[in-house]
Write a protein that binds this ligand. Structure first.
Ligand code: HMG
Ligand code: MG
Length: 298
């Protein structure tokens, strides 16, 4: 019943760093991404071309993209909220762009300063222009289970936003459990609502792990046919515009679980741990994944 292969999309350099107060210098990001590039990962989200006032940590997105050593066959992606962001990302040589919005009105406004309805035409233009430039496009829907301002979100709302994004032409949709409150029964309910409408192969799950339920939610998603998962090294991450959101599921904990379940990812756990030690040093704080705790002998 479980898939034999799973794709891991590493979002640490973007989602992981966007919430970090300690400003990581560009060369620190570049050497971290270079170390991630040799772990066997096929996808790294390297930064965001958003307003630097909104996410100061990622203001150097263009330099990061330009300075990293590209591994062949690896997709280097970035978030873009609008055409200005797309222009910057294309100019810096991005492989794939991600557009993002929220299923909840309040989080959408808080995160990108627009209503849901006003967001559609902006993203439509971005997807069109990105496609004309020959790029693949990923879409994110945030707050798919719950919103820090509105509470629980009906799966129907998620379906409506997802449908609009697919109509625009996105290639893959990542479902963001932004604040890390979900439990497997809720994930099941969400996917039961979405899977009659969308191909499981075009969906990814993006779990934050605030309450320690992310791996359980991933097992439920696997059982329901999902084969792509976002994660961040060291369990870094969080959205500064979603109160109470903390880190993503840790890549190394996810890899440990999948490999022990006999599911292949193509990613080398030891190489990932080396890369985690590098960013741990740069951030001057212990990373809080189980694998890193074991490595530190805690
Ligand atoms: P706004 O202030 O409404 O933008 O912000 P605007 O269009 O009114 O423009 C205002 C000024 O910003 C103008 O400059 C623009 O040029 C400039 P001025 O004329 O005043 O000098 N501007 C930009 N500058 C640089 N790059 C740009 C850009 N766009 C406009 N791309 C905006 C709207 C969307 C830009 C802002 O709200 C923003 O940057 N938000 C980003 C928030 C963000 O990055 N959040 C975190 C990522 S989402 C997430 O974490 C969730 C996810 O992980 C999934 C999950 O967990 O659920 C993906
Ligand atoms: Mg996130």
């Amino acid at each position: 019943k479980l898939p034999k292969n799973v794709t891991i999309k590493e979002v640490g350099p973007r989602d992981g760093l966007q919430n970090e107060k300690h400003q990581v210098p560009t060369e620190g990001k570049v050497s971290w991404i270079d170390s991630l590039s040799v772990t066997g990962l096929s996808y790294i989200e390297v930064s965001s071309f958003v307003h630097p006032k909104w996410i100061p940590q990622l203001a150097d997105a263009a330099n990061v993209l330009k300075q990293i050593k590209r591994e062949q066959g690896l997709t280097y992606a970035a978030l873009v909220p609008n055409l200005k962001g797309l222009d910057g990302a294309l100019e810096a040589g991005v492989d794939e762009v991600s557009v993002f919005m929220s299923a909840s009105e309040a989080h959408n406004r808080s995160n990108i300063n627009k209503s849901i309805d006003a967001t559609y035409p902006v993203l439509e233009e971005v997807v069109r222009e990105a496609k004309l430039a020959g790029k693949t496009v990923r879409g994110y829907v945030s707050t798919v289970i719950s919103c820090p301002y509105e509470g629980y979100i009906a799966p129907e709302k998620v379906r409506v936003v997802s449908e609009r994004l697919f109509e625009m032409g996105i290639d893959e949709l990542s479902l963001g459990e932004t604040i890390g409150v979900a439990v497997p029964t809720q994930v099941e309910q969400l996917l039961e609502n979405l899977l009659p409408h969308f191909d499981a192969g075009s969906l990814a799950m993006h779990f934050h792990d605030t309450r320690g339920t992310a791996l359980a939610n991933i097992v439920k998603s696997l059982e329901m046919g999902i084969t792509t998962f976002d994660s961040a090294l060291g369990g870094l991450g969080g959205c500064p515009y979603a109160k109470g959101a903390s880190g993503n599921v840790a890549t190394e904990d996810l890899l440990y679980m999948l490999h022990e379940m006999g599911i292949e990812t193509g990613v080398d756990l030891d190489a990932v741990l080396k890369s985690a030690q590098l960013i741990e040093k740069t951030l001057c704080k212990p990373l809080r994944s189980r694998q890193m705790e074991i490595l530190r002998g805690e």
